[in-house]
Design a protein around this ligand. Structure first.
Ligand code: NAP
Length: 285
């Protein structure tokens, strides 16, 4: 019998801990914890994400600063805003919602965010520190997966972990986190040969592909822990993951559902990174 990993429940528990840390920060320093969220343009999915991030901030007592710039904003205007946020001591984390409109150079804008305020964990310093297994701000989605595994008491030491997907925001940091937790890690991608055989060796299988129901039962070892990062629409327009949940679940020891698995953890880890950045601003340098 498999156990469903309840991302909503883990998320609520972690948000409770974050709210306590935020409260302690406010009492200790007499000031707020601040997160700036920058949205350029009218992308409707991005608007929903930004709204949820602001709601998350309210829930844990973080002060959010939302900046809505018009679609036609210039590179200089966006850079000027971000540079101002970098200098502003009331802001501990800066998040630029992606994707940015095509005429903007996203890489150049993201590069302006220093390591200490990079609550998305995307900058080179944070990624380098993750590779060196040093304390750093870690990309929210893979860090959320690690928190769930940890809270479920799943020991990763010596386990075979397979990650499908090698994006900079999910697959690669996920692989590094699993490696840092002493798993033996294989990273697969679209050019991988014998994908099914490799996946069948996984004690822990993480799917971060972006293809509905891609992971089928014949790819999953009996008793595996299956983590589904995917967020896709099926043929009926219903939200679904990268894993064929109905056919895979009975082979698993643990499995995350979509929705209600990894998804709720991502914003929670953004809030986690923001309070961590605020606390560090008081103790470092
Ligand atoms: P991405 O940048 O498109 O990367 C997808 C990865 O999957 C790539 O490395 C790609 O390989 C690999 N892939 C594609 N087709 C494959 C195949 N047939 N066989 C093996 N590997 C294949 O996507 P992402 O940003 O990492 O996101 C992945 C999924 O997670 C998406 O569904 C996204 O919506 C979801 N997501 C969810 C959250 C959340 O909060 N729950 C957050 C972020 C992302 P190549 O590198 O060779 O192209």
């Amino acid at each position: 019998m498999y156990k469903l990993i309840d991302g909503k429940a883990h998320s609520a528990a972690i948000r409770g801990e974050i709210a306590q840390r935020v409260n302690t920060y406010k009492q200790t320093y007499g000031s707020e914890v601040g997160l700036a969220v920058v949205l350029v343009g009218n992308d409707s999915a991005s608007q929903v994400y930004v709204r949820n991030k602001i709601k998350g901030c309210e829930e844990v007592g973080i002060k959010s600063f939302a900046y809505y710039l018009p679609e036609e904003s210039t590179q200089e205007q966006v850079e000027e805003l971000v540079e101002g946020l970098v200098e502003n001591d009331a802001i501990h984390g800066i998040l630029v919602q992606l994707p940015l409109p095509k005429h903007l150079n996203a890489e150049k804008i993201l590069k302006l965010i220093p390591e200490r305020k990079d609550v998305d964990g995307f900058c080179e310093e944070n990624i380098g520190n993750l590779c060196m297994n040093r304390k750093c701000l870690v990309a929210c989605t893979p860090n959320g997966v690690m928190k769930m595994l940890e809270r479920e008491g799943i020991d990763l030491k010596g386990k075979n972990a397979v990650v499908i997907g090698r994006s900079n925001i999910v697959g690669k940091p996920m692989a590094m986190l699993l490696l840092n937790a002493d798993a033996t890690v294989t990273v697969c991608h679209s050019k991988t040969r014998n994908l099914k055989e490799i996946c069948s060796t996984a004690d822990v299988l993480v799917a971060a592909i972006g293809r509905a129901k891609f992971v089928t039962a014949d790819m999953v070892k009996d008793g595996a822990v299956v983590i589904d990062v995917g967020m896709n629409r099926d043929e009926n327009g219903k939200l679904c993951g990268d894993v064929d949940f109905e056919n895979v679940k009975d082979k698993c020891s643990y499995i995350t559902p979509v929705p209600g698995g990894v998804g709720p953890m991502t914003i929670t880890m953004l809030l986690y990174n923001t309070i961590t950045a605020a606390e560090r601003s008081r103790t470092v340098g």
